[in-house]
Design a binder for this molecule. Structure first.
Ligand code: APR
Length: 179
């Protein structure tokens, strides 16, 4: 599913984010940048040891929830990885939506700062961190839409959903926010 916001294209893709042909990939990391399973494990496996070396050297204090930090892409075809830290779901009244929005906004800002035309982003917080998929889709897609409308950059954003359930939830929300 593809939606255009001015010169920018937002596309929902089902698949493995490490296979995306883009300038930058966003990761769903933890605040210690300690590595993990899920999309974090897949990105580190595909990229090789450089990412851990760079996060340890550049960000010894980690990254706060609701933000993101950059490394190179290592063995990935993407030039950069933006390690974003989403919130752990705690029921929704502990600032989770604004923290999730902050993580995505910072990834999009980093893409602009690093002159990336394209970025692939996963459904941050919807795995181990337990954020309900439909609520995550709402915050994710409105945050990306608002950023693209106001900045007209990056030109291409691929939201990469790992399975059909996630893809369906994001597609329903995207239809509702453009309709
Ligand atoms: N490509 C795209 N999406 C993927 C991939 C992949 N290769 N692998 C998993 N996903 C999806 C999951 O299905 C889920 O919808 O990414 C989403 C986020 O899930 P997690 O990776 O568990 O991330 P999150 O919920 O943000 O939890 C972060 O998990 O791996 C640790 O270090 C990480 O502690 C941090 C925590």
């Amino acid at each position: 599913m593809i939606v255009q916001f001015g010169e920018c294209r937002l596309q929902l893709v089902q698949g493995d984010i490490t296979r995306q042909d883009v300038d930058a990939i966003a990761n769903a990391a933890n605040s210690a940048l300690a590595g993990g399973g899920g999309v974090d494990g897949a990105i580190h496996r595909a990229a090789g040891p450089l990412l851990k070396q760079q996060t340890a050297a550049r960000y010894p204090d980690g990254c706060p929830t609701g933000s993101a930090v950059a490394t190179d892409g290592g063995n990935l075809s993407a030039k950069f990885v933006f390690h974003a830290v989403g919130p752990v779901w705690g029921g929704g009244d502990q600032g989770e939506p604004s923290q999730l929005a902050g993580a995505y906004r910072r990834c999009l800002e980093l893409a602009v700062e690093h002159n990336c035309e394209s970025i692939a982003i996963p459904a941050i917080s919807t795995g181990v961190y337990g954020y309900p998929m439909d609520l995550a889709a709402q915050t994710t897609l409105t945050t990306v839409r608002d950023f693209l409308v106001s900045h007209q950059n990056p030109k291409r954003v691929n939201v990469v959903l790992f399975d059909g359930g996630a893809f369906g939830a994001f597609a329903r929300v995207l239809e509702s926010i453009i309709g």
